[in-house]
Design a protein around this ligand. Sequence first.
Ligand code: NOJ
Length: 754
Amino acid sequence: MTDHTVSRRAALAGLGGTAVLGTALSAGVLTAPAATATTGTPAGSNAHRARQGKLEQRVSQLLKRMSLAEKLGQLQLVNTEDLAKQALAKTPCGGVFSVVGAAKLNALQKIAVEQTRLGIPLIFGLDVIHGYTTNFPIPLGQASSFDPSVAETDATVSAAEARRSGITWTYAPMMDVTHEPRWGRIAEGDGEDPYLASQFAVAKVHGYQGEDYSAGTKLAACAKHYVAYGGAEGGRDYNTVDVSIQELHNHYLPPFKAAVEAGIATVMAAFNTVAGVPAHANRYTLRDVLKDHYDFDGFVVSDYTGIQELIMHGVAGNGADAAAAGINAGVDMEMVSTNYVDTGKQLLAQGRIRQSEIDDAVRRILRVKFALGLFEHPYVDEAGEVTSVSATARAKARAAGSRCMVLLKNDNALLPLKRTANVAVIGPLATATFDLNGTWSGLGTGANTTPPVTVVEGITAAGASVTTAPGCDIDSADSSGFAAAVSLAQKADVVVLALGESAAMSGEASARSNIGLPGVQEQLLAAIVATKRPVAVVLFNGRPLTLQSTHDTATAILEAWAPGVEAGSAVADVLFGQVNPGGKLPVSFPRAVGQIPIYYNHQNTGRPADPNNKYTSKYLDLPSGPLYEFGFGLSYTTFTVSNIQLSSTKLSRQGGRITVRVDVRNTGDREGDEVVQLYIHDPVASIAQPVRRLRGFNRVTLTAGQTRTVTFTLGTDDVGFYDNQARFLVETGQIEVYAGTSSAADLKATFSVV
Ligand code: NOJ
């Protein structure tokens, strides 16, 4: 680094580096976001402007006709049919969530549209996280595909199923970057990398909303949880987050920025504090960053009782204080608690909130309702309700399931197995059903949710001869089942050992302090390994686990996450080689809990870990680095990445571009997928930079012996970073580029930013 300049766009806008913390964004030093599009016509086109203009006109006209009570009503979101009916009889609420069933939703809508003064339709929300009737792999699994089209497919299928069933708004995608495997909600996001999470967030927005979310197969999406929720101290859900401005902007905010640029309709506030200020009362993150600088024109919904919780956070003395804080900060709609409707009138009279704030919140909510087409089509065709898993959706879920799996170990090429093998399928998850869906499953159909295909069913259907015994439960101290399991193992050619967590062990409020295999599963593994049969461990889990002893003793390990409705079939597809696994880890797997947080994009420190020097940053009792690094994953074939070439050795700070080319070669004897990954490192900058930052990835399929050239483009957006005053800086100096098959890639080139 020799020079220190704000980004080109900011510079062109005549804005400069005088910003201070908290007001930096008002000084306008962030790069300008792309225009937000809520219709299919390209933003900026005349047709788009006309449609937008018409929509805004309709919003304004309606707003003019609304009483204060009607306005406050729109800011309320309730979660039961009864509450909705009560509200509609008094002051109509804006929306209802977690109520499913086309007939029920139509009945509520009929009251809103036909029996209230203004007939404003309700928006119907639901946590359609990785499926409505058809469960796809959990989001962390989807991120392992390193193929955003997997997420887009899930979102497309889910949106169609949900919208046809009357739902119009999903509380997804979750895009909380995290370094915390103890945190149960790691299952719901894309892991530890902001770039990967941004790519997946955008894919999901496209899948849910499409070009125009008024379509009968699309939903309004919701970027959550805004913001830094993944930074929960100790991984305990809802916990405090203390984060620097640079970390906030470089690490936690990028997926939200990307989602806004992709046109996301809504954003949900997070339960945590951000540097002492609860996210629900955070004017800086909500108004300054999201609404002003990202130019977000949709609405912000609170999380469940998030406004009320401002009292427990200790920043509000009562409901009125909480409502004032939330409205002032920019939370537009209150979920479940009722402080806005209860105290809004009084707050306005006291001058603690402004009419313009209320109007802006209502305007944002109406904007999304108009864009959803609810005023034209408030009802859903009940005959079209989706209540089962279609063959097409099932096939897509199966393909997604196997595409998300990560091969962590494969000694002696144990996998793929022969279909003629005698397989003992052992383990507490061998015949598990709903646990293979993971967290947030089956919301669309409730009790009628289709159970996932079990591992035993999948392997049997693949043609192998199968014996099975659980050996133990997922989480108990009882080892009385070991003997039966060992006896089956002794008679088999190979053991498939299905281990892991229950669905309830990850997701919301499901932090674990010990992230090893629960119960006596490790002991079961030891007992099976002692039979000397080859053992392929298949893992079902919603977070990284500490797997040292599994790694040391199992012959092969396949990370399957929670694959969804076609779980067992997808596992069998990979175990028997119909699908060659090509997933990669979107998060580091620690060797031990004591290493957490451990992540690939850390800073170097003044004393980077050196095994030969005691006075460096490491543990006495553990090797440095994770057990499996970010981006790691094996295949049944092998690959090399070589011949890195840059189109230039110089990148202009004034918006230049550099092309990076590498050759990837399948050096094995069967077709397979490799994810070629591109990382950068800025070795000398005005603030310490991560040792690696992912800036590109490409999953390619190559036949045996095939070579392909993969091309990446790097620009100023890639090499720049936010400093501690939220300024986006593109500094001159050298940038190192690394390409390879994981974050440990060592094929290197350099260029200079000039
Ligand atoms: C609380 C969760 O934090 C959020 O993710 C979810 O969307 C809401 N509840 C609504 O169910």
